[in-house]
Ligand binder design. Structure first.
Ligand code: 1HN
Length: 347
């Protein structure tokens, strides 16, 4: 590949003239914005330990009343992307949110999509357009873009969950904004995972004719995900991942338009190689412990820790136990990449 001319090759008065007219020559920066073979990545394969986050989050509960925060969150910011930019990966925002008994995180809707993955506590819930979604540890709750949502807690003890949003994408589009609203009135029925979409493979008959709701299922209870992984494990070949995707039960497609969600079980003593691919991701450890090798960076993970998978990374995940399975929750930007047409899986 040809070595291109640099800025220093150009006379100073020419460069100054360009600058004064808001013009920039492409060639000195071309190999940076369009590197040969592989993208330049600033995203670091960092790990956040829950044992570190939890005390800081509980302290925030003492320092900052919910009225002064709206959402009491510590953001998992990737140092390679600049801590102020609130990016775990270039496209994925991750935060840890705390709500204390009796508190309410007020109703709003916004352009970014969000999901909640519950880490600990009982009695928390999210209202989405009047549907009350109980938040039990491991549950995934969707708050799609443009839908009203608020959080409450009528149990005892802290409730903590992980938030994942496509906020960096909406922010880059200069399209991220919020609308506040009045407290929702709660529809007095269990959430759709307990009623209309009780079991995979069965949908309400009239949904075949009627225009489909974009988001028929808002809550994916962990108990069923965990059982499904354990049932999948014995029929999955040794070198394949025991992995389930969270999908829209009406379409079979990814449950959200931009970010993808899946649950992965590492069998007893398993070492799993993930194919190198163009998507970036974040792994949250639900249960168990082990080790991740990400492009040669070794991270030891424990339950409730979270770590980053940069784009194009070679990833190996090892279960640290020979006796028990480990369970992981994965977030990635593959749905967005597929829609934009550049998603790739290598090897
Ligand atoms: C948001 O709406 C929530 O509703 C949490 O709980 C975190 C981070 C950035 C923008 C909106 C929530 C958020 C957020």
């Amino acid at each position: 590949m040809t070595t291109l001319g640099t800025l220093a090759d150009l006379p100073l008065d020419y460069r100054q003239g360009l600058t004064s007219r808001n013009l920039v020559p492409l060639w000195p920066g071309l190999r940076t914005v369009l590197p040969p073979g592989r993208p330049i990545r600033h995203t670091q394969p960092v790990l956040w330990r829950y044992a570190d986050i939890r005390p800081d989050l509980l302290r925030a509960g003492e320092l900052t009343p919910i009225e002064k925060a709206e959402r009491r969150v510590l953001v998992l910011a990737n140092p390679g992307l600049g801590l102020d930019n609130m990016q775990a990966t270039p496209t994925i925002y991750i935060g840890m949110q705390l709500i204390l008994p009796g508190e309410m995180a007020p109703n709003h809707k916004h352009t970014p999509i969000a999901v909640r993955f519950v880490i600990e506590g009982d009695g928390g819930y999210t209202l989405v357009e009047g549907e009350k979604c109980p938040m039990e540890p491991g549950d995934l709750i969707l708050t799609p873009g443009g839908l009203w949502h608020e959080h409450g807690h009528d149990g005892s003890g802290p409730v903590i969950w992980l938030d994942a949003l496509d906020l960096p994408v909406l922010y880059a589009f200069e399209a991220s904004y919020v609308t506040e609203g009045p407290h929702q009135s709660i529809r007095n029925e269990p959430d759709a995972s307990q009623t209309r979409y009780r079991r995979a493979g069965l949908v309400p008959y009239r949904s075949l004719d009627a225009p489909r709701k974009a988001y028929p299922l808002l809550r994916y209870p962990w108990r069923e995900v965990r059982e499904s992984l354990q049932a999948l494990a014995p029929v999955t070949p040794k070198r394949d991942a025991v992995q389930l995707a969270y999908v829209n039960p009406e379409t079979g497609q990814e449950c959200m338009p931009t970010l993808g969600f899946s649950a992965l079980m590492l069998r007893r003593g398993e070492t799993l190689n993930l194919p190198r691919r163009s998507a970036s991701g974040v792994v949250h450890v639900v249960e168990g412990r082990g080790q991740a090798d990400i492009d040669g960076t070794i991270l030891a993970f424990d339950a409730h820790d979270s770590f980053v998978l940069p784009t194009h990374a070679g990833v190996t995940l090892g279960n640290g136990s020979g006796k028990k399975p480990a369970f992981l929750f994965l977030i990635d930007d593959a749905p967005l990449q597929r829609k934009l047409g550049f998603y790739e899986v290598f090897s």
